[in-house]
Design a protein around this ligand. Structure first.
Ligand SMILES: Nc1ncnc2c1ncn2[C@@H]1O[C@H](COP(=O)(O)OP(=O)(O)OP(=O)(O)O)[C@@H](O)[C@H]1O
Length: 363
């Protein structure tokens, strides 16, 4: 089911006297193609959950429209939209078994949707098989691990055969290893069912690894949408560049001067025809090349071996990060007795942003 968001806006009354309204989401326009998994990504408070709640019908938009396929669902209540939802606190009923928890949403179906007991059992078993918890059906939630509980919550969301699956930070209660495993499982389930899915997270790595497309939000406003790799390789502004990538992008205060991008005295890129101005220069960790006569001279802080790669930690007075982190192939020899390290920069890994608007300057 294709989902279309049209000028979607939500504002809440401010708390307390004289406080102005909070615009949680502003003019959100986006089409989610049928069968895709979309990662909605951004820092806390940027409007991710509000967007999801409007898609499922728990929040009414202040203005704008939502379409599922060609149908305008903006005024429909949640139960009429055919969405499955999994929250961060997946709140299973503790006194019910896994089977009863999964069947629960089917018991209130009315009219033509009403199912026989046998049909409900079959649906529950099918959903359990999808998330591979068939052996756990008679246990109570208290007898399950966090990851298993989360799978039950997903099965419960899938049992009504929704057209759309909405996941709000579904992995945040899991430890690091389980997070990784469960996100891969969610991806597999999504591929198998081809349910159009929106996945909310503030973890950029999680969103990048799982999504067909990501939407990066800041303060209620969509900054950029696209395939994860495209957004990483071609950020539209400094916020997006900083938000994606581990280790994060290295940002320097710089200038465009006489047709060159400069960090201090070092000309790191030609910028023919560009007018002189203050800029921010972002260099991805993998964008540095060790070079004896490289223009960018940094103070060497240390070298960390990571197996296939090494990470060189260094400093430069124009750097806005506490440390500059560059990732270099482990075959490269670094003279650790030296106090300085000299870099050239791969042009495709260097981005220039306007010093005041922070928008990308394409060179
Ligand atoms: N019911 C509400 N009343 C007033 N303000 C609200 C309400 N719900 C959300 N907000 C505000 O709207 C903004 C967006 O909130 P939202 O929960 O959508 O952000 P989020 O990106 O999901 O954050 P998080 O990652 O912390 O869950 C925030 O400033 C929040 O305080």
């Amino acid at each position: 089911m294709k989902i279309q968001l049209e000028d979607l806006t939500k504002s809440f009354p401010g708390r307390g006297r004289n406080s102005s309204r909070v615009t949680a989401v502003k003019d959100f326009n986006f089409e989610i193609p049928d069968g895709e998994l979309i990662g909605l990504l951004g820092p806390s408070g940027c409007g991710k959950s509000t967007t999801l709640n409007m898609i499922c019908g728990l929040e009414k938009p202040t203005s704008g429209k939502i379409f599922f396929g060609d149908k305008d669902v903006t005024a429909l209540p949640p139960e009429k939209r055919g969405v499955g939802m999994v929250f961060q606190n997946y709140a299973l009923y503790p006194h019910l078994t896994v089977r009863q928890n999964i069947i629960f949403p089917l018991q209130n179906l009315k009219g033509k949707d009403k199912l026989s007991r046998a049909e409900m059992e079959k649906r529950a078993m099918d959903a359990a098989a999808l998330v591979q918890i068939q052996e756990l059906m008679e246990r109570k939630p208290g007898e399950l691990s966090g990851g298993q509980q989360q799978r039950v919550a997903i099965a419960r969301a899938l049992v009504k055969l929704p057209h759309v699956l909405l996941l709000d930070e579904p992995l945040s209660n899991l430890d690091a290893r389980l997070r990784l495993q469960t996100r891969e499982e969610i991806r597999k389930i999504q591929r198998a069912t081809k349910i159009t899915t929106v996945f909310v997270t503030h973890d950029q790595e999680e969103a990048m690894s799982i999504s067909d497309r990501i939407v990066v939000m800041k303060a209620g406003v969509v900054q950029q949408t696209g395939k994860p790799q495209e957004v990483y390789d071609d950020p539209v502004n400094l916020f997006v560049a900083k938000f994606l990538g581990t280790p994060p992008i290295n940002v320097f205060q710089g200038k465009i001067k006489n047709g060159k991008v400069c960090i201090g005295d070092a000309a790191v890129l030609d910028a023919p025809g560009q007018k002189d101005r203050d800029v921010f220069v972002g260099i991805r960790p993998e964008g540095f090349l060790l070079k004896e006569d490289g223009p960018l001279i940094c103070q060497l802080g240390g070298v960390e071996v990571m197996g296939r790669d090494i990470s060189i930690v260094s400093n430069h007075e124009a750097s806005l990060n506490p440390n500059i982190r560059s990732i270099i192939s482990a075959e490269t020899k670094v003279d650790t007795s030296s106090e300085i390290v000299r870099f050239a920069v791969k042009p495709s890994k260097l981005f220039v942003f306007d010093g005041s608007s922070e928008e990308r300057i394409r060179i």
